[in-house]
Design a protein around this ligand. Structure first.
Ligand code: SF4
Ligand code: SF4
Length: 266
């Protein structure tokens, strides 16, 4: 912990960055995000196995971007998110400095995002066995049973959008579900609206989701929405020549143009 705190303190003292996004102790023994702006804030930082919140979700928030150059303490899923975001022109070496927290508890100061990219490609995304079992169980069901299973699982969703807020890849300024003229996705919690929201969400994340589980962890109702993302991750790999997210310039279902005329998706 001291090594991490000392590095963050040095970065803020030298004014190399204006803010460092990290983890601090939260309520109920649940770590939460902290935005360190003064060298003394570094003392609040923690890092242990409870730190599963994907901090990369904050990089694209305008309140954080407004602070100027930022650093982030990045676990493997956070590093994966950063490289995917870089491939979508959301971050670059001029606005982000990465302090890696490696699976073997090392703290690495990366010189640039190319180094982060080289590092993460040593660790291929591998779906956890408990989720693989759940996917296999679903695959074995008849279409009708699988349909009914999802209708039933998604039924309690009351569209709080905590899953969207927790996901680093859901950064559009205005999400499709927020439009009301026309209203493409019904707001009330009912079967059609819930299905449309979750299918739309999963498809928009196909080829971009880096399998961090932050969406499912954020859901107050414990709805296993990450299973939809995992199914699409596996299908993309199987049907598109071993496709994986985080490969620069290699997008499966989308194109990313910084000069796109639609402001809300930049
Ligand atoms: S697992 Fe969920 S939160 Fe993480 S990138 Fe995929 S969709 Fe987003
Ligand atoms: S966090 Fe859960 S309840 Fe809220 S919108 Fe997402 S799936 Fe629905």
């Amino acid at each position: 912990m001291d090594e991490l705190r000392n590095k963050v303190k040095a970065l803020l003292e030298a004014k190399t960055v204006n803010v460092v996004i990290g983890y601090e102790e939260g309520t109920g023994k649940k770590p939460r995000a902290v935005f360190a702006v003064k060298p003394e804030d570094a003392a609040k930082l923690i890092y242990d196995s409870r730190c599963v919140l994907n901090l990369a979700a904050y990089i694209t928030k305008h309140e954080v971007k407004a602070k100027g150059k930022m650093a982030i303490t990045a676990t493997l899923p956070v590093m994966r998110s950063i490289i995917q975001l870089a491939s979508e022109f959301q971050v670059n070496d001029n606005n982000l400095f990465v302090i890696g927290l490696t699976p073997d508890n090392q703290v690495i100061e990366f010189k640039n995002l190319a180094e982060v990219e080289t590092f993460i490609h040593k660790f291929e995304i591998s779906i956890d066995s408990k989720y693989k079992e759940a996917l296999e169980k679903l695959d074995k069901m008849s279409r009708t049973d699988r349909w009914n299973w999802w209708i039933n699982e998604l039924a309690p969703c009351f569209k709080c959008y905590a899953c969207r807020a927790a996901c680093p890849m859901c950064y559009c300024h205005r999400c499709t579900v927020d439009f009301n003229q026309p209203q493409w996705i019904p707001v009330p919690s009912h079967e059609l609206g819930n299905l449309e929201w979750h299918i739309m969400r999963a498809v928009h994340l196909t080829g971009r989701c880096i399998d961090c589980d932050a969406c499912a962890n954020a859901c107050p109702l414990g709805i296993p929405i990450n299973l939809l993302n995992k199914r699409l991750l596996e299908d993309a790999k199987k049907h598109f020549g071993g496709y994986q997210p985080m490969l620069k310039g290699d997008h499966l279902m989308s194109t990313f143009k910084p000069d796109d005329k639609e402001n809300f998706i930049r």
